[in-house]
Design a protein around this ligand. Structure first.
Ligand code: ZN
Length: 137
């Protein structure tokens, strides 16, 4: 697989409304998109830093994986997403062949309409790892 850069860092927050002022007011970044991803029961806010993004994740339901993460570990870095140049499906097949445990056996639609898939932290030194399709420029 070919990774070009870190697509985004996912950060779990209890409230976007509380978290966004730090990124905008202190770091001087601009929130360019707020989007609900029904599938994952989260509301996301995106900031760009060069080619890389920060994705804040607020749970929209107690059933959300993000709600459970915050309950267990508190707010903080939740996952790292790599930008895959040659297709998420290809990358999944490749890592699966190498014995990596997958959360998603096939790509699904993530925030910003991009194909994504998660690898299991058991296979990634406990870092929840997301493979993300290259955004169309
Ligand atoms: Zn993500």
């Amino acid at each position: 697989m070919e990774i070009s850069h870190i697509e985004h860092l996912g950060i779990a927050v209890k409230s976007l409304e509380t978290a966004i002022p730090f990124y905008e007011g202190v770091l001087g970044l601009k929130c360019y998109s707020i989007e609900v991803v029904e599938d994952q029961k989260v509301k996301t806010a995106f900031f760009k830093i060069g080619q890389t993004k920060i994705e804040l994740l607020e749970p929209t339901s107690p059933e959300s994986a993000i709600a459970k993460f915050i309950e267990k570990k508190g707010e903080g870095i939740h996952h790292i997403a790599y930008c895959i140049q040659d297709g998420v499906a290809n990358a999944l097949a490749e890592v699966s062949e190498k014995g990596v445990q997958l959360i998603d056996k096939a790509p699904r639609r993530g925030a910003e309409g991009l194909d994504i898939a998660f690898l299991h932290p058991k296979s990634t030194a406990s870092v929840l790892t997301e493979l993300c399709e290259t955004p169309k420029q």
